[in-house]
Design a protein around this ligand. Structure first.
Ligand SMILES: Nc1ncnc2c1ncn2[C@@H]1O[C@H](COP(=O)(O)OP(=O)(O)O)[C@@H](O)[C@H]1O
Ligand SMILES: [Mg+2]
Length: 377
């Protein structure tokens, strides 16, 4: 069976999974010097965008397409291509359709959806630069005050986000942007969970903890993260049920990562945003459960996706993920055969470590990365 993978950068996640399967891998890529091209059976280099992979899929008569795209901007294009090629040629594509992608790609639309299904999301106002004179009245009428979080509807990795403590900060933000979303700052534990979905069947994995929010505004990708989340007052099953509700409402296909903040004092779970693409938290999910959500994308297009099978496969390990800058040791392939995975670009690498108890985890992190970590909730 021939499967087309769009983009080679994440292909080393799935290659170990398909190695012993009867699958011929075709990878399309726009950068002829990209990583992992040597891992594919066949490589096609062509222009950016979805026209090229669409044509390769048809010419090569592939049985399915797995987009391996970890950034937001191309996702609507991927979704349009999916709708077209599934409709015209019946070639399945392991990603979401246009509607859920458009909602998830826009933080205001995501919040509207959350409100419409009764989930908590931080109070907010959407502002244009002209409205700045009424700023404080507007936020007070919604029942919140400084600090506030200013963000753009589109963005990832903390891009264009600012946490400000006074009107000076707000004015400064709007020197750069003509409009933006202003949210109540929620103090609490940041949680993520991943979900996979295919043809109305969904599986939600396990909540992971990414550190607490702070007004200094460090993004969770710069923090030590670990899982499963074990936060006083937070029921992991509630997080899973919330994720399931969102996945069903959006009718996602492929995978989705959801971000939450748990207000420890009010014991309230706030839904922040949704990403309908492979996410950085997958190595934590993989470490804990022994299931890499990206492997399930392959199952979707081979016809083997089965949520009961996933439920039976899922294991329960502990994991921690530590930013290391540049990893000094040997970098193994992306499986947990060696109990750790190193990922990310040189200079910003992270090491995700698996263990079977908290004590063992702390020791392994020290042995592998040289770092001392504390696990506290
Ligand atoms: N309402 C909020 N209260 C507190 N911190 C927030 C809030 N919104 C965002 N943040 C902080 O900014 C980070 C990035 O915000 P998010 O909306 O997830 O955008 P991105 O797409 O850049 O990840 C969050 O992980 C959190 O640390
Ligand atoms: Mg986020």
């Amino acid at each position: 069976m021939k499967i087309l993978f769009i983009g080679s950068r994440l292909f080393d996640d799935v290659e170990p999974y398909i190695r012993n399967k009867d699958i011929t891998s075709i990878v399309t890529e726009s950068n002829k010097n990209a990583d992992n091209l040597d891992l594919a059976d066949e490589v096609f280099i062509g222009p950016r965008g979805m026209v090229f992979p669409y044509n390769v899929a048809i010419e090569q008569n592939v049985s399915g397409i797995v987009p391996l795209i970890g950034i937001d901007p191309p996702l609507v294009d991927v979704a349009s291509m999916k709708e077209k090629i599934e409709e015209e040629y019946g070639i399945p594509v392991a990603s979401s359709c246009v509607k859920p992608v458009r909602i998830a790609a826009n933080k205001s639309k995501t919040k509207e959806l959350y409100n419409s299904i009764g989930l908590n999301t931080p109070e907010s106002v959407y502002l244009k630069k002209e409205d700045l004179d009424n700023f404080e009245d507007m936020i007070h009428s919604k029942g919140f005050d400084y600090p506030v979080v200013l963000k753009q509807n589109a963005g990832q990795g903390g891009k264009d986000i600012s946490i400000v403590e006074d009107f000076e900060g707000v004015k400064k933000y709007f020197e750069e942007f003509d409009e933006g979303l202003c949210e109540n700052f929620i103090e609490g534990a940041e949680i993520s969970i991943e979900t996979v979905g295919w043809k109305d069947n969904y599986y939600t994995f396990v909540p992971v903890y990414k550190g607490d929010t702070s007004v200094n505004g460090s993004h969770p990708i710069t923090r030590v993260r670990y899982g499963p989340a074990n936060i006083d007052g937070l029921d992991n099953e509630e997080v899973r049920q919330t994720a399931l509700k969102i996945a069903k409402t959006l009718k996602i296909e492929g995978n989705m990562d959801l971000d939450f903040i748990f207000d420890r004092k009010a014991k309230k779970l706030y839904s922040i945003e949704a990403n309908t693409r492979p996410s950085g938290t997958r190595y934590l999910t993989f470490a804990i459960t022994n299931v890499n959500p990206l492997h399930k994308l392959v199952d979707m297009v081979t016809g083997e996706f089965d949520v009961n099978k996933i439920a039976n496969e899922v294991e329960n390990h502990y994991c921690a993920e530590v930013p290391v800058g540049t990893f000094e040791g040997e970098i193994p392939e992306k499986t947990y055969n060696n109990d750790y995975i190193v990922h990310g670009p040189v200079g910003y690498q992270r090491v995700t470590v698996r263990a079977d108890s908290v004590d063992e985890l702390i020791k392994k992190v020290k042995d592998i990365t040289g770092k001392d970590i504390e696990i506290h909730n």
